[in-house]
Design a protein around this ligand. Structure first.
Ligand code: B1M
Length: 212
């Protein structure tokens, strides 16, 4: 099975074909991480490029996002089949005003698959909702994703709110998303930053002091 085929199905926004290809690859024993990292994400990267160049408009991007979602729905449970005890509890979400959740879902899936307990708040999550979820779940870490330069400051607002509460002391904060950089993360007082989903797992382990 050619990984380029599923990339093309994502690019074309052909959700049934992306789903069917992914199911066949799983049935043939392909590593789900390879499916995601070498098939699905490269497809979405092309969609991003085309959107940027004005070759694709929002409707095309939406059908591609849908195809990505259908394929990811099949991969998610496999990545979630984890080893033993929880490595820690993580609250994750895309910040307020931001509807981009594909990258956040990948990070969520990878953390889940690595053995973290993940409370996924979805997208458009306000600082208050993050705080509430951390308090309710007694989480060790909060993970914020932002894909828009206009929503990145919400990560700062959330950290500022956390700083005013006692829970910040025992809570690690990781941020990420395409426009986010290590420099920005340090600037707003985050404890960690990861450029992509696999690194996010490594950073989470480092921040919580669990073995790699
Ligand atoms: Co939008 N969009 N979009 N979009 N969209 C971008 C982000 C944009 C860069 C496109 C462009 O102009 N080139 C641009 C932002 C420009 C900017 O702010 N500088 C943009 C814009 C402008 C918009 C709208 C404003 C368009 C409009 O309405 N005029 C609008 C905003 C809506 C809103 O959020 N309020 C909008 C809407 C949408 C759709 C709804 C159509 C759709 C989202 C669907 C969905 O997510 N369910 C969409 C999409 C799909 C994109 C692009 C094409 C692809 C994003 C994506 O899913 N990438 C994107 C262009 C691009 O990024 N090249 C674009 C694949 C994904 C796997 O990568 O999300 O980067 P990514 O996640 C990576 C890493 O960043 C990292 O790990 C992931 C996996 O490796 N990561 C983390 C992510 N979160 C992390 C958290 C971590 C650690 C790592 O720790 C906590």
């Amino acid at each position: 099975m050619e990984l380029g085929d599923v990339s093309n199905f994502i690019i074309e926004g052909n959700a049934p074909a992306a789903e069917q290809w992914t199911q066949s690859a799983i049935d043939e024993g392909m590593d789900p991480l390879v499916i995601v990292n070498e098939g699905l994400i490269p497809g979405m990267d092309v969609v991003g490029e085309r959107f940027k160049n004005g070759e694709y408009y929002l409707p095309e991007v939406l059908v591609s996002a849908r195809a990505m979602k259908w394929a990811m729905n099949l991969v998610r449970p496999l990545l979630a089949e984890t080893q033993g005890a929880s490595l820690g509890k993580v609250v994750i979400g895309t910040v307020r005003g931001d509807l981009h959740d594909i990258g956040k879902n990948l990070v969520s899936m990878m953390l889940d698959g690595a053995g973290f307990e993940v409370v996924d708040l979805g997208n458009d999550v306000s600082p208050e909702q993050f705080l509430e979820a951390v308090e309710e779940s007694d989480a060790n870490m909060i993970c914020m994703s932002a894909l828009l330069t206009t929503t990145m400051p919400i990560m700062k607002t959330t950290i500022e709110m956390l700083e005013q509460s006692e829970i910040r002391q025992n809570l690690r904060v990781m941020v990420g998303g395409a426009p986010v950089t290590q420099h920005y993360a340090s600037d707003i007082g985050a404890d960690g930053y990861a450029p992509e989903a696999a690194t996010a797992v490594e950073v989470a382990k480092e921040l919580l002091g669990v073995e790699k």
